[in-house]
Each structure stands twice: as C-alpha cells, then as structure tokens.
Design a protein around this ligand. Structure first.
Ligand code: PPE
Length: 306
C-alpha cells in the first residue's frame, strides 16, 4: 500500500511507522472494532473535499453504538480530526480509514473495561478493483459463503469482525480466477459484494436489494438519488441470482469501488461489460465528487489546505 506521513491515534498525530498497538489487543483477538471508509477528492479549483463526511461519521457513531463501543469523541471532534489528518499529510485526494477498537488491558471475550482506541489513517488509494475494472468491468462469482443473518452479526454496523465473512468469500472466488464475489442473504437472495453494494438494470429500470439485507452504503444512497434525479426508476426490492444473470447491466458501488461495472456473473456475460446506464451514472458520479456539478456540492466537505 501507499503510505502517508502521519496517523491520528487517540488525539495525537504520530509517524506512520510508529502507529503501533499491542499484539494482545482485544480487537485483534475477537474482532471488536468498527470502521469507516471515506474518500477525499481533488476539486476542480485544486482544493480538496471529502465526500459525504457527515454521513460517514454518523454511520461510524451508529456502528459504535450497535457494538457498545464508547468512542469518547463527538462527531465534531472526529470531523476535525479527519480534516487535520488530511492537511498534515498534505493530501488532496486520499482514502480515509477511521477505526475504533478494543485495545490492550486483558484478554477474555468480555469487552467491558477494555479501553477503546480511535485511529484515523489516510493514504492514496487508486481503483479498488483495478483501473481495468472501472473501464471494462469485473468478473463475479456467487460465493458459497452467505452473508450474515442479522441475529448472528450486526449487518448495519461496519464492524471489523464482520469482514471475516467478506475475506472468506473474496479469497474463495479470487482463487477460482474471478475478481469479486456476489454474496447472498441467508435466505438465498442477492445481498451485495464483499465490500460493495449492487445494482442491476433491466428494461431501463434500476434495482438494488433492500437496505435491510445489506450494509447501508452511502454510495448506494447517492446513486439512488443521482439516478432518480436523471428520471430513472429505482426499486429497492429482493433480487434473486437468476435475475442478475438476465440483467441488461449490473454494477457495484462503494467508497473504495466507486462505480464499477460488472462484466459477468457465474460465467454469464452481462451487457458488453459496461452498459449505457452504468456508464452514464459512473461518469456523473466521478464528475460530482470532483465538485463539477453545482447541484451536488452539498455532498462535499471542503478541507482548506495551504
Ligand atoms: N457493502 C459492504 C460490505 C462494504 O464493506 C461497503 C464499503 C459497502 C457496501 C459500500 O458502502 P459505502 O462505502 O458507504 O458506499 N466497503 C468499504 C471497505 C472496503 C475495504 O476493502 O476495506 C469501502 O468501500 O470503503
């Protein structure tokens, strides 16, 4: 990975190499942590802005609430910490990873009395699934691993432990030569990718699985609004895997993945790798994050740099 200079740790900026924790940290052993993934984009006027920072911080705070983690910082303090970390690293365009987890004091599953550590790292991160994927789409395979039942893991929390499930699915399909996994709900409907939400297009309408069965993606919400503003109908409803097979177009969305076309699912070709509506929404999304669309400037949180 590309490194930056400083990482914010419990209120202090420390050098990248010095941002260390003890190997007996609770979060490492039991997955007791929550995180966010956010992007800052260089703007048209050479400034920098974070995409929907307030909404990401709201989700971070909600994830902490669900998992009984007391962050110890207000939303305002966390936002200022993100701004400072970006400024001190002199980055205009970066990925932002806030994480809060149970640190070191004693082992044993009970998290009570184990101190919480809060960290914010920023670094340059290009196309999540590769530059080629953004242009030509990814090959997708349905994973044999299901997504979590909501009474097994809190699917609304972006909890570190939840990602064992994603990592299993991702490595399973990568080993078989596919780029990304399609994950189903415990009932067998389509849920999402290992780190992205999914949309399909059929007969000019967009469909995406209901928020109850997926991580409520902020990119997902933005794409729904963008599509509706362009007068497309968007339906949040249950989707089966064979509905994806016969889709005219399909694409993944997420902070890291942005808008990534899907070229095939379980060896069924979708569109020609990059459908028309996918192309339109991808272009519009990449324009607006750079501050080129007046209407969506409210989604951009400026970070003033010298
Ligand atoms: N579903 C999952 C499971 C998920 O992890 C993400 C984000 C999304 C949907 C999309 O959510 P949003 O970013 O709010 O649009 N995945 C993050 C982590 C990726 C990683 O590999 O790490 C991300 O995109 O930052």
């Amino acid at each position: 990975m590309e490194e930056s200079d400083f990482i914010w740790m419990d209120g202090e900026l420390v050098e990248w190499e010095e941002a260390k924790i003890h190997v007996l940290s609770h979060g490492l052993h039991y997955g007791t942590g929550v995180f966010e993934g956010i992007r800052a984009y260089e703007q048209e006027d050479n400034g920098s802005a974070v995409f929907r920072l307030e909404e990401h911080m709201d989700r971070f705070i909600d994830s902490a609430k669900i998992t009984n983690i007391d962050l110890g910082y207000s939303k305002k303090e966390l936002i200022e910490a993100v701004e400072n970390t970006i400024k001190e690293n002199k980055l205009k365009k970066c990925y932002i990873r806030p994480i809060a987890f149970r640190g070191y004091s004693k082992l044993g599953v009970n998290p009570r009395e184990v101190p919480v550590k809060v960290v914010i790292a920023v670094w340059p991160w290009g196309a999540y699934l590769g530059e080629d994927a953004i242009e030509n789409g990814v090959s997708v395979k349905t994973s044999s691993w299901s997504r979590h039942h909501p009474n097994v893991m809190p699917t609304k929390a972006k909890a570190t432990g939840n990602y064992v499930n994603s990592a299993l699915a991702k490595s399973e399909v990568n080993k078989d030569g596919y780029d990304e996994a399609l994950m189903l709900t415990p009932e067998g409907n389509v849920a999402e990718g290992t780190g992205e939400n999914l949309f399909i297009v059929r007969n000019g309408k967009l469909y995406t699985p209901p928020s109850s069965s997926v991580l409520e993606g902020i990119t997902r919400k933005s794409i729904i609004q963008l599509a509706e503003d362009e007068s497309y109908t968007v339906k949040e409803e249950k989707i089966t895997r064979d509905q994806v097979y016969r889709a005219d177009e399909a694409f993944f969305v997420g902070t890291a993945a942005e808008v990534t076309p899907i070229a095939s699912v379980d060896n069924r070709k979708i569109s020609n790798g990059r459908g028309e509506i996918t192309n339109e929404l991808q272009n519009k999304f990449m324009e607006l994050v750079k501050g080129r669309v007046e209407k969506y400037k409210g989604w951009l949180h400026r970070v003033e740099q010298n």
